[in-house]
Design a protein around this ligand. Structure first.
Ligand code: MG
Ligand code: ZN
Length: 346
């Protein structure tokens, strides 16, 4: 009799430990336009150091879209969010017109808490690819409507004008009565609401060089602390949106400052994961922007050249840490990021 009850206890504990391992938290971080040169020059500009050095595994992701060698952020966001290659400019819909479920939506169905953070507007292509199904990434007011009808627990980004100053005269912020809308990080920390929206700017947020606070690390820490108060696991998608915009402008100072802000958030995510022990952190890019190259100079003052104002087709790195991180080593299509994440929560 005693032997049976010990056996039962062992069974219960093994089941508990096993089931814990089955549902890790996920932090997916996307540096838009963040190729190896953006990382290298950002690292040199940051006292020759980046949080990415601490990751367990590194892979390479092939970024071509369904119709183009050179992807845009809608198609590559869709690839990572839903696991399908689609045409440039399309969000969450396959070339044969089928709406795809995103990893955020799949996690939600499995009882995860969800959060979405961007340093662009929240309706911009990369964050939108995790909740919207739209044939054009530029239908911002439709995309806002889809966020209104989605059930993301915490979202932070710019672009409140697409919710309040619309052609259809609706005020989506008033309609989203289940959300608490806050106006500062301080309020986010104190808020006890389960659903929180934080519009950082009316329009697209400015770059750090033009006055946006370099606080993605604080935002990340606050959101992770808030989500970890729940019993259920969580998935957070965080985008460093403007590394890409620096590339389009061929503005190396902008690329470096935006990378360093993003890197500080990666550091926070990694620290959280190390303490937690059951959090998978994946950091990658949707594509490279600018054909950026590092042409001499000194380690603390590198010479940077760009050879295009557009995106390029080079592979981008994938850094992973935590449970299932080993599955992210190797070379694979960007759609595999979705499948590897989905596999990690089984
Ligand atoms: Mg983006
Ligand atoms: Zn771009």
């Amino acid at each position: 009799m005693k032997k049976i009850s010990i056996g039962l206890w062992v069974f219960f504990f093994t089941t508990i430990i096993w089931s814990q391992k089955k549902s890790p938290n996920i932090i997916l971080m996307i540096g838009d336009g963040m190729g190896l040169t953006q990382i290298s020059s950002g690292m040199y500009a940051n006292d020759n150091s980046t949080a990415l050095e601490q990751f367990d595994y590194i892979g390479l992701s092939k970024t071509a879209s369904f119709d183009k060698l050179i992807t845009d952020s809608a198609a590559s966001g869709t690839a990572m969010a839903t696991g399908i290659k689609t045409n440039n400019k399309v969000l969450g819909i396959s070339p044969d017109n089928i709406h795809q479920k995103s990893i955020l939506e799949i996690c939600k169905e499995k009882g995860y808490k969800t959060a979405l953070i961007a340093t662009s507007s929240i309706v911009h292509a990369t964050p939108a690819s995790f909740y919207a199904k739209e044939n054009s990434r530029y239908n911002y007011e439709n995309i806002a409507l889809q966020l209104r009808n989605h059930n993301i627990d915490i979202f932070i980004g710019g672009g409140s004008k697409y919710f309040t100053t619309r052609k259809d005269k609706r005020n989506l912020i008033n309609e989203m009565f289940e959300y608490k809308f806050i106006k500062s990080l301080d309020e986010l920390e104190k808020s006890i609401s389960t659903k929180v929206g934080y519009f950082t700017y009316f329009d697209e947020p400015p770059s750090i060089l033009n006055g946006r606070p370099a606080n993605l690390d604080l935002i990340t820490r606050t959101v992770l602390n808030k989500l970890s108060l729940n019993k259920s696991p969580f998935i957070v998608v965080i985008e460093g949106s403007q590394i890409d915009w620096g590339g389009h402008d061929n503005d190396s100072k902008m690329v470096l400052s935006e990378f360093i802000d993003f890197d500080s958030a990666v550091k926070e995510a990694l620290e959280f994961a190390k303490n937690d022990g059951n959090t998978l952190v994946v950091v990658t890019a949707d594509h490279e922007t600018g054909g950026m190259s590092l042409n001499g100079g000194e380690i603390n003052n590198v010479n940077i050249k760009f050879n295009t104002k557009s995106h390029t087709g080079t592979m981008v790195p994938v850094f992973s840490f935590g449970p299932s991180s080993e599955t992210f080593s190797g070379i694979y299509e960007n759609t595999q990021i979705f499948y590897k994440l989905r596999e990690s929560i089984k």
